[in-house]
Write a protein that binds this ligand. Sequence first.
Ligand code: ADP
Ligand code: MG
Length: 454
Amino acid sequence: MPISLSQKEKIWDDVLKYIKERLEDRHVFDQFFSTTKIHKIEGNKILVLTDSKLAYSLLNSNSTYKNLVDDAVYFVTETNFEVEFIQPDDIQSSIQTFSDQPKHTFFQHCSLNPKYTFDNFVVGSSNREAVQASVLITANPGESFNPLFIYSKSGLGKTHLLHSIGNYIKEKRPFFKVLYITTDAFIDEFVKYVRGNQDESLKDFLKTVDVLLIDDIQFLSEKTKTAELFFNVFNFLVSNGKQIVLTSDRHPNDLKGLEDRLVSRFNMGLSVNIQNPDIDTCISILKTKIEANGLNINNFDYDGIVYLAENFSKNVRELEGALNRLLFYTINVKHMSKIDINTIKESVSGISSKKKKGNTLTEQDIISAVCEYYHLTEEQVSSKVRTSQIALARQICMYLCRTMLNTPFIPLGKLLGGRDHSTVMSSVEKVELMLKTDLSLNNAIDDIKKLLNS
Ligand code: ADP
Ligand code: MG
């Protein structure tokens, strides 16, 4: 069986990790190794693409680096591959690999994630319709249903499917312009654009794409001006036979704070729902992820796998989190290769006890719920990043901790990335003020409280 793109990437990621840990000079790694990619595996030869002439000659000629690479490849694959570094000029297709980077000034941080593909998406009765519709879209972009609207609760694979659609279309039709963006990035880009330091028009730019994939469209609610631009672009693209795929945490008819004309456009195509996976699908997902980590499912007590599937079936992201914790625990802490059910239970006991009902609410619960709602990581919320969605999530955390737990300002600031007393105070006041007029914020806070009670 040929090695898929994602497998190749995984191998090379692991090789780079090994090299990074052992290379004394960090700059050499950053400048020369970190940008290399596997181009092809042919027989026992791995061709690795470098991004410059200098990297090409250094990596092929320096024996220390060559030995390190050989060791790393052997460590990861347990095979004596011969590694050859090549430069972009050596191959035709590499031109595309490196020229694939966006040249426009919009959405610089949005790109397709090659790790999310149809190949590693497990299909079951809960998501079959969504997968079938997605595959149909890729066969005839713009010609089946427009838009395709995928909705579900958090963590059930919407983002994964959206990237899979984009990756597959790109693979089959390399010249198609596929744009994946989050609604949050769209709003930020719109605000930047309106403030006006860009020459190109955002609207004109969006009208040039062949496939527009927008994630979490529910966040467009109450963003009247951005929604107006979106409405215009939407109509243009659909009437020109371009494909639009949207995801949301609810059905179009349940989206509050969006104009009816937009909701009716969303209903024009096909809406498909993803439901909680059944236990068998969860087991298949665990199997796929265990194998993707190069491990054998037979080394895991089957009852333990069923235990994980039963306890984390409401959200695949949590199921993955539980598995990662188990793998970390068994490999790094216990150094085990055969894993029994007790070890499995023990490794996830921290996560499952947090979810037990009746426990007193903590600041950590609030932060987790806000992150779940906005699809952010806890690191993002406590980082210095200030994009509007992250900053808002952080302010909501502060507001909820103050109003629900009465947490003092100073420890609260520390908990959320070392912010000082006055920043926390003004954030809480800001949310209180916004709640008086902002319907979508009121809805968001209600939804987060529901998450805390579920
Ligand atoms: P959503 O966008 O609905 O919140 P994601 O697409 O981010 O969910 O999925 C959360 C995680 O679960 C991702 O890492 C994704 O790869 C994984 N996942 C979800 N569903 C599946 C599935 N059916 N097969 C394999 N992985 C899945
Ligand atoms: Mg998502």
